[in-house]
Write a protein that binds this ligand. Structure first.
Ligand SMILES: [Zn+2]
Length: 361
């Protein structure tokens, strides 16, 4: 029996909870001030990525695919993987097959069932997709969605983006790893694609008046990354099959329909938007970044949308949230501000913010 302190995320909120963790050989049990006693059997445990020396080791469990247990105690990790071989690597096809109760050999025969299962269980499947698949798919989505637009990169702009991510990560150490790419596109748009990539347009940088507004939108997109929403949406639409037709151009697809299909893939549900909002709000508060920025940017978009009438498509992902769902004002009202007594920290200096805004020239 070996014990340590670890960090637990329940998969519902971005809040990290310290737990007392014990390895009982056939199960991990943990509890903490805000976490009732939980027992995860070893068989149902899965590493998010292979254990790497010096890196926090992240685990999830079949019983709660969105939850994360993060262990930094090297001795504890070594002991755990020494008696549980399946925890040594990322997800394999065998793990996925095990989850669905099939043998790897039977997968081919069960292709139709796989398809159905993916359709029925997209959120669950989204959490178990191999990282290599996420990254490859994300790169392909980025290429398609950016449609040949120039990627804007300046040292000062990249530095400012890094500063924002670091400020958010300081408040929320479990912040998912993201890469943020800015494209010279006029639409006001931001979207998260598979594999932790966030794509931002020049239109969005132009529209944002303060670094806090921009940071609010980024934090919202990070919420989608955290919850694996892009992956879940892809799976929901039929997983690999849809993707292969998008990217290989089979089924007579052309560039326009591919973009339209991707737009459908990325259109988030109202529930997903609420989850991303909640994540953003907590991440901003944790980092002492004023959530008024997120609120005022949402208000701006709402106004833009009213002005543009039905032309909500111009607003991309952000706009679609507002055009397709009622209750926008509630959403804005749901944004919690900093607790009283907490002084907001400016996320960027004025100079850094201007450098970011000018990234596309
Ligand atoms: Zn969203």
């Amino acid at each position: 029996m070996i014990e340590t302190l670890a960090t637990y995320f329940d998969g519902q909120s971005a809040r990290n909870r310290t737990v007392h963790l014990r390895d009982d050989g056939d199960a991990l049990s943990f509890s903490g001030p805000e976490t009732p006693k939980t027992i995860w059997n070893i068989r149902g445990l899965h590493p998010i990525d292979a254990p790497t020396k010096g890196q926090p080791y992240r685990l999830t469990h079949d019983a709660k695919p969105g939850a994360r247990l993060i262990i930094t105690d090297e001795a504890f990790i070594q002991n755990l993987i020494s008696h549980s071989n399946h925890l040594r690597g990322g997800y394999s096809m065998r793990d996925i097959a095990n989850i669905f109760g099939w043998t790897v050999g039977g997968l081919g025969v069960c292709a139709a069932l796989t398809y159905l299962a993916m359709w029925i269980l997209p959120d669950r499947v989204a959490h178990v997709l191999p990282q290599s698949w996420r990254e490859k798919t994300g790169t392909e989505m980025e290429t398609t969605l950016s449609g040949g637009a120039k990627r804007c990169q300046t040292p000062a702009g990249e530095h400012a983006l890094g500063t924002i991510v670091a400020a958010l990560a300081e408040g929320t150490p479990s912040l998912p790893a993201v890469s943020i790419h800015v494209y010279d596109m006029p639409l006001v748009n931001a979207f998260a694609v598979s594999g932790g990539k966030i794509i931002v347009t020049r239109g969005l940088l132009d529209k944002a008046e303060t670094a806090e507004e921009f940071t609010g939108v980024l934090a919202h997109e990070m919420g989608h990354v955290w919850h694996f929403h892009p992956e879940a949406q892809i799976v929901r639409l039929g997983g690999m099959e849809v993707l292969s037709s998008i990217f290989t151009g089979t089924n007579g697809g052309n560039a326009t329909t591919n973009v339209a299909m991707l737009a459908t893939v990325l259109r988030s549900s109202r529930a997903a938007e609420a989850e991303a909002d909640q994540f953003a709000n907590e991440a901003l508060i944790n980092a002492k970044i004023d959530p008024k920025g997120l609120r005022s940017f949402f208000e701006k978009i709402m106004k833009m949308e009213k002005d543009q009438g039905s032309n909500g498509a111009m607003l991309g992902e952000i706009g679609s949230i507002f055009s397709t769902h009622p209750g926008t004002e509630d959403r804005i009202k749901n944004i919690q501000l900093l607790p009283s007594g907490v002084v907001a920290k400016p996320v960027l200096t004025d100079q850094e913010w201007q450098a970011l805004k000018k990234m596309c020239g």
